[in-house]
Design a binder for this molecule. Structure first.
Ligand code: C2O
Ligand code: CU
Ligand code: CU
Length: 521
């Protein structure tokens, strides 16, 4: 995007030459580089384009009482920037993927056809399902292959998402555009007084940052120059251009007094701190894996890569409210934070309210049926995970190694600590957690979850109460990993089996090949 990133490329080249030529000019150039790395689009947007809303994927009933969804992954051409053509990937369309909606108790069956030029997978992030259906790196779908996972939805209402997960190339596949929302409903969410008309007052927002070349093509250039200079590990893509649901410079036409935003940080590495320039209060109503016990008034909400949240925003007739990402609190010191997006500010979306608004239901004081806090037994197993660089506990991902074996249905304490000054976001598959404490202190209610992904705080430790599902498989593992996709691809990932409690000791510690992928149907 030309307006948003003035001459960054050129400057990198100049700075590069200076480094080679001699040290004297370096300090001054470093300062320029430093100031050049504070990115903002505030004041540059006009909110000209109507927000795209991903279509709701219509399930077809199948003979065996399942809801049958069909997803076709393919390359396409999108107009992400006005007047420019971008080669993208998408499911059932050129960019992103339709929203999948299902209800607790539904038996779902997916048909995923891979029409992409590369083998890939499709992972249902946050879904509780058998590991062979999870769409992780073991369930590869070859080019032109078809994968047909099925499972029964058995978790509380929430907002999940889906995206590719091929080992070593997740970042590129997601960045090209394969990502979609999943909305799960249950009797509690349906009965709750929350805005719930999809695309009208209940909106999915897939927030992503991109870099574009002048011809409109996606720029895969990464932050390697500074990584090398500062001796940091690569962070991957930090884009200077925000798109929401694939829409650049977007506005949404609000017709009700309240709108519910289902927020997804679908970016490869960027952290957002969402709020409104007028400091209005909005309410957080759900975390990643379910409703909160009660709506929480907030003026800022930080989302790390892979995190989601549902908020309800109140609008006045005729106004325009701008959802903005303020400089996030990365817990990374000066000056490194700036190169991780720590000083960046972005307008995300304008909510443009009609002159007259239909009244929405008032928020309740409590949500009946919100998932209860996870109870931690006194003898809960404690596991420790040390995140440094692109390794966990000093190890890189090995697709044939089982790192952990967990007893089905167990609640464990997972202690994650970030041992370096960079950005990591922890995610575990097939499980739900509460954040018990951050650096020894219990976080505010709105930050406890239920969650499946959490941004790792400064220096110290986050302790999670993780409740595992009861679905067992002694051959196919689930994943846990950093959701900074470049880190995941570089090996910041581990695998765990969930087995019957009496089978933990004899569970295999190595696994072979690919399981449950398209070759197995
Ligand atoms: Cu969103 Cu293992 O991924
Ligand atoms: Cu996941
Ligand atoms: Cu990381």
């Amino acid at each position: 995007m030309t307006p948003a990133r003035p001459g960054r490329r050129r400057f990198l080249k100049i700075a590069g030459v200076t480094v080679v030529v001699g040290g004297s000019g370096w300090g001054a150039n470093w300062l320029s580089v430093y100031s050049d790395h504070q990115i903002s689009n505030v004041g540059k947007l006009k909110f000209r384009n109507r927000l795209r809303v991903p279509e709701l994927l219509d399930p077809k009933p199948s003979g065996d009482g399942r809801k049958q969804y069909t997803l076709k992954l393919a390359e396409g051409t999108s107009e992400l920037l006005p007047g420019k053509k971008t080669k993208t990937w998408g499911a059932n369309g050129p960019y992103l993927a339709p929203t999948i909606r299902a209800r607790r108790g539904d038996k779902v069956s997916m048909t995923v056809h891979n029409g992409l030029p590369d083998a890939t997978t499709l992972h249902w992030h946050g879904m509780h399902l058998p590991p062979a259906m999870d769409g992780g790196p073991h369930q590869m779908i070859e080019r032109d292959g078809t994968w047909k996972p099925q499972w029964t939805v058995h978790q509380p209402a929430c907002t999940l998402w889906y995206h590719p997960h091929p080992h070593g190339s997740t970042a590129g596949h997601v960045y090209r555009g394969i990502a979609g929302m999943i909305i799960l409903d249950d009797e509690h969410s349906t009965g709750a007084p929350l805005p719930s008309r999809y695309g009208v007052d209940d909106l999915p927002l897939v927030i992503q940052d991109k870099n574009f070349h002048d011809d409109g093509s996606l720029d895969f250039g990464e932050s390697s120059f500074f990584d090398t200079i500062a001796g940091m590990d690569p962070l991957g893509i930090l884009g200077d251009t925000i798109i929401v649901n694939g829409t650049y410079d977007p506005y949404f036409h609000v017709t009700t007094t309240r709108v519910r935003l289902r927020l997804l940080n679908g970016s490869n590495a960027r952290v957002y701190q969402l709020g409104f320039p007028d400091e209005r209060t909005f309410h957080l109503v759900a975390a990643e894996n379910g409703l909160l016990p009660r709506p929480r008034p907030l003026t800022r909400l930080q989302l790390g890569p892979g995190e989601r949240a549902e908020i309800v925003v109140e609008c006045k007739p005729g106004e325009q409210a701008v959802l903005r990402s303020f400089a996030p609190d990365l817990g990374i010191g000066f000056p490194t934070d700036r190169f991780h997006g720590g000083d960046d500010t972005f307008d995300i979306l304008a909510l443009r309210a009609a002159k007259t608004l239909r009244p929405s239901p008032a928020l309740p004081t409590r949500f009946a049926g919100a998932p209860a806090p996870i109870k931690v037994p006194n003898d809960a197993k404690v596991r420790k995970f040390h995140f440094v660089g692109t390794q966990i506990n000093g190890k890189s991902m090995d697709i044939n190694r089982v790192d952990e074996v967990v007893a089905a249905g167990a609640t464990e304490i997972w202690e994650i600590d970030r041992g370096d000054g960079t950005l990591h976001s922890f995610h575990v598959h097939g499980a739900t957690f509460n954040v018990l404490d951050v650096d020894g202190e219990q976080p505010p209610e709105e930050a406890r979850g239920p969650k499946d992904t959490v941004y790792l705080p400064e220096s110290g430790k986050v302790r999670l109460a993780v409740r595992f599902d009861t679905l067992t498989d002694d051959r196919v593992p689930y994943m846990y990993h950093c959701h900074v996709l470049r880190h995941e691809d570089d090996g910041m990932m581990g695998q765990f089996l969930v087995v019957a409690p009496d089978a933990v000791d004899r569970a295999p510690r190595t696994i072979e090949g690919s399981h449950g992928g398209s070759g197995h149907h």
